[in-house]
Design a protein around this ligand. Sequence first.
Ligand code: WAQ
Ligand code: MG
Length: 260
Amino acid sequence: MIETPLYSIRMRAAQGGPHEEGGLHISGAERIGLFQDLQTIAAELLGKSLSHTRGEADYVQIVVEKLDTHTLQKVLPLSVSTHHVSDWQQGREKAAELLSVSGISRQAIYSGLEILKSAGNLRGAAILDGRTGKRLDDRGERGIRASRMDWDSASFTRWAQDHGSLGSIRIREALALATKVVYSPFTMAELCWSDDPDYVTGYVASLEHGYQRINHLKEWGDPAGGRVFFVHPETDLDDYIQYLEKTPIWIGGGLYESSR
Ligand code: WAQ
Ligand code: MG
């Protein structure tokens, strides 16, 4: 158990007003930090929101909340592998293959790909039944935002030293998110590619096979992207959403250093 107070810091930014009033989603982020790091983290998130390739934000919200550290879970990051393909069509075939290895049905893979292809303004994830492909949440473009997960910074520094070119902020955030998502027993796998027009690498993640990057999952310049969480047919949706939004997950948390 951790006695030091920890805080969740979340940011969301939009253009043309807040998301709930029809604004275009520009960027979002979720972090966890110590009291003394809050100002630095808030400044980092503000910086991210104000210089973004999806456009200029005119609405930025930053929320800080003290966490109940009694429920904090420390976990190791997923292992990372990278698949190289020559274009986005091959990339999506690769993604379909990796998802089917995790037991996702053809129908559900098709539904997931269709959602991401046409997601121009999705700011969270769509939850899909991994067997039928039916969308289970009713959040529309808002989706479900996994929150309250982050690396402990010393663990990330070590991890980045061990993983060469993978030590970017983007990968830091994506790996923390995927690790939280696949640690739920309800998750079968996650599919993601960015909604940033200048970032075409995405991934398929699962507990068994880890964080499997695919270097080309969409066309350069395409602003469509998002996340799909494929779940077991018997998932308790309320429990699952509660875990994704509320349970604090501390990646590394001192475990990474000793596992090397
Ligand atoms: N919870 C649920 N969905 C989210 C969250 C979240 N916390 N954050 C982002 N999303 C969804 C939302 O629909 C975004 O529009 C979409 O994902 C893309 O977010 O090289 O940069 O932050 O290994 O643009 C993955 C590959 C990069 C990194 C993903 O996503 C690598 C990326 P972005
Ligand atoms: Mg984005």
